[in-house]
Design a protein around this ligand. Structure first.
Ligand code: NAD
Ligand code: WQD
Length: 338
């Protein structure tokens, strides 16, 4: 298949492009490099033994997208491009709604013009909001709690309306839980700009000596060890979930929603200790105040993805930490290390 991957130089996108190339697909990536480096795609090409095409463009630029559809004739789109920092989204909501929601509308309009009606979209477990009990099931009412999450919810609504308007659309809404880890080669991985917002990138930067200690946000939750529980998923498992969703869409039209998670909760301290085991050294940390907006615990019911896609996670928390650490140790400054 010929596949357009928006946001394909980013963390999850680069791992998915590698999976697609390895499966024999032709890939063209569109990314504005707002939060990524072209070096990621160069390394993906080295690992795959062949390159994806790359176009530096913004998804809000419909003329640029039209040119990509005309030049590369993709048959399907995997849509990762978006801004993703929850805290930042509360400070600059218009940027988030414009980039994520208007950018997706621009992409969908361009797809329609070129008769491409198959799309896999990066949604998030954050759409389940604060009222649903875990494990989260796809049929639950959603209700995100911050502007970032609401961009995902709004895009899900737009895609659902589009699917209802025209039976030719084939749409997968993939709700990711907490992606971590890196390709086992240690050549590609997550490369956050500035201070990492997320747990595992922060732990990794402490382990490599870029930061002094991990701040554990809250030790008094009603959980077994007092720290929050999350459903961590290895990014390579996640990448394979996209390939599985595309295969499903080849056979099935309509709008489909799947959780991509492991179905297991792991606490912040368990994750820290698993990372210490991977590093073979203690990692300094301090328990501090809770972070506003954090939920105590949530995890996926991933049984629909198993039933429909034949997909489930295969990699353990230990592998997530070993692979994440190999990437961080070999690239202490991320892609700038090269
Ligand atoms: P990332 O920032 O590494 O990748 C996103 C990519 O999109 C970046 O390369 C960025 O440069 C690009 N981009 C952003 N706006 C763009 C625009 N207007 N035009 C073109 N390119 C643009 O993030 P990621 O972790 O790989 O996430 C990929 C997708 O998955 C995002 O949509 C994110 O919201 C979603 N998601 C991520 C997580 C997570 O924890 N990482 C969880 C759930 C959902
Ligand atoms: C995990 C746990 C923190 C950093 C976020 C988004 C979500 C999705 C995935 C995109 C929490 C604790 C963290 C630190 C800490 N992204 N923590 N010290 O908040 O579950 O999900 O990323 O869709 O929308 O909200 O992930 O990695 O930020 O936090 O103690 O320095 O680690 O409090 O309990 P989160 P996270």
């Amino acid at each position: 298949m010929r596949i357009l991957v928006t946001g394909g130089t980013g963390y999850i996108g680069s791992h998915t492009v590698l999976t697609l190339l390895e499966a024999g697909h032709e890939v063209v990536v569109v990314d504005n490099l707002a939060n990524s480096s072209e070096e990621a795609l160069i390394r993906v090409g080295e690992l795959a033994g062949r390159q994806a095409a790359f176009v530096e463009a913004d998804i809000t630029d419909e003329a640029a997208l039209d040119a990509v559809f005309a030049a590369h004739s993709p048959e399907a789109v995997i849509h990762f491009a978006g801004l993703k920092a929850v805290g930042e989204s509360a400070g600059i909501p218009l940027e988030y709604y414009y980039n994520n929601v208007a950018g997706t509308i621009s992409l969908l309009r361009s797809m329609e013009r070129h008769g491409v009606r198959t799309i896999v979209f990066s949604s998030s477990a954050t759409v389940y909001g604060e009222h649903n009990p875990s494990p989260y099931v796809e049929k639950m009412e959603i209700g995100a709690m911050n502007p970032y999450g609401r961009t995902k919810e709004q895009i899900e609504d737009i895609l659902s309306d589009l699917g209802a308007s025209d039976p030719r659309w084939r749409i997968a809404l993939l709700r990711y839980f907490n992606p971590v880890g890196a390709h086992p080669s240690g050549r590609i991985g997550e490369d956050p700009q500035g201070i990492p917002n997320n747990l595992v990138p922060f732990i990794a930067q402490v382990a490599v000596g870029r930061r002094e200690k991990l701040m554990v946000f809250g030790g008094d939750y009603e959980t077994p060890d007092g720290t929050c529980l999350r459903d961590f998923i290895h990014v390579v498992d996640l990448a394979e979930g996209h390939a599985a969703a595309l295969r499903y869409l080849e056979e099935h039209a309509g709008v489909h929603r799947w959780n991509l998670g492991s179905g297991r909760g792991t606490s912040v301290l368990e994750m820290l200790h698993a990372f210490e085991a991977a590093v073979g050294a203690p990692i300094p940390y301090e328990i501090t105040a809770r972070r506003a907006g954090d939920l105590p615990a949530f995890w996926a019911d991933p049984s629909s993805a198993l039933a429909d896609l034949g997909w489930s996670t295969t990699k353990t928390v230990a592998q997530m930490c070993q692979d994440h650490w190999r990437w961080q140790k070999n690239n202490p400054l991320g892609y700038q290390s090269s």
